[in-house]
Design a protein around this ligand. Structure first.
Ligand code: SAM
Length: 298
């Protein structure tokens, strides 16, 4: 067994198996509920980016509880991928960036708004931190778009974020729509991961705001938040510039040497000795350094 697959089998992985959760992430939502009382009074909930379904399982078990309550509770789960059925959960196989998905959720709730929207969405991670953070932020904004269509005033939105260097800007953008925005890291979320969760409470959109599926943070035709448009564009531009070099196709490419050559690190000599198999070994007497260096193939 490879080391990485062994590492994944931590306490929450084993507990999830024991308790029948589809993924260890169930504990993140359970722990967020312990801390913030998320499920209090909730009858209609939406789980965005739900597959394989452990958050939907939590919603189903916690909201439906006893049989007599289960009739009034409605839960909708959305994901690009299909997932195995769950009691009391309606599945929509769809994209959270599409208006058709928002309309389908509304249809299921028969025009009634949701009390809670949760989103544990994550793109396929590339390993390039700026790119991953940017895509995650875009997914969060897509989730926020859907949320503005379906959430009741005063409702709660919980979403996964990556805590990168531009995260404070995201918080201020969310604060346009919610009176309270808190960042939480449940103990089941690995310390090594940059993920955290934004807890957005008391949905209160700006006066006159009309939900639409273009990015709400780019729509500056309402309220006094026009300042957010240039801030958001700068945020996007900053990330794009840090990911790509802009090339002017009309000009011929001309090589420019680096402004600073590579440094000579202090361990360079040790690297060269090791490359030439001249580093001292425990059971063989080491050569004096001068002699070793003179033998080297540099
Ligand atoms: N909360 C889930 C659970 O507990 O089982 C795990 C969610 S998993 C980390 C992330 C999910 O986001 C994937 O299943 C992926 O298909 C979904 N996803 C990513 N982009 C999406 C999009 N644009 N629309 C819908 N789902 C999306």
């Amino acid at each position: 067994m490879g080391r990485s697959s062994k590492d994944k089998r931590d306490i929450y992985y084993r507990l999830a198996k024991e308790e029948g959760w589809r993924a260890r992430s169930a504990f993140k939502l359970l722990q967020l509920d312990e801390e913030f009382g998320l499920f209090k009074g909730v009858k209609r909930a939406v789980d965005l980016c739900a597959a394989p379904g452990s958050w939907s399982q939590v919603l189903s078990r916690k909201l439906r509880g006893k049989e007599e309550k289960s009739e009034e509770v409605k839960i909708v789960a959305v994901d690009l991928q299909a997932m195995a059925p769950l009691p009391g959960v309606t599945q929509i196989q769809g994209d959270i960036t599409k208006i058709s998905t928002a309309l389908e959720i509304i249809r299921h709730f028969e025009g009634q708004p949701a009390d809670l929207v949760v989103c544990d969405g994550a793109p396929d991670v590339t390993g390039l931190h700026d790119v991953d953070e940017y895509i995650q932020a875009q997914l969060l904004l897509a989730a926020l778009n859907i949320t503005t269509h379906v959430l009741k005033p005063g409702g709660t939105f919980v979403a996964k974020i990556f805590r990168g260097k531009d995260v404070t800007l995201l918080y201020s953008q969310l604060k346009i729509f919610f009176s309270s925005v808190t960042c939480a890291k449940p103990r089941s979320s690995r310390n090594s991961s940059i993920e955290a969760f934004v807890m957005c409470q008391n949905y209160s959109p700006p006066v006159g705001y009309v939900p639409n599926m273009s990015n709400p943070l780019l729509d500056h035709s309402y309220g006094n938040n026009t300042v957010m448009l240039p801030m958001f564009l700068m945020f996007q531009l900053h990330i794009i510039l840090s990911c790509y070099t802009l090339l002017d196709a009309s000009k011929e490419y001309k090589y420019t040497p680096p402004t600073q050559p590579p440094i000579r690190p202090p361990y360079q000599q040790a690297c060269q000795l090791r490359k030439n198999n001249l580093l001292a070994k425990e059971d063989s007497p080491s050569l004096p350094l001068d002699e070793a260096l003179s033998n080297m193939d540099i």
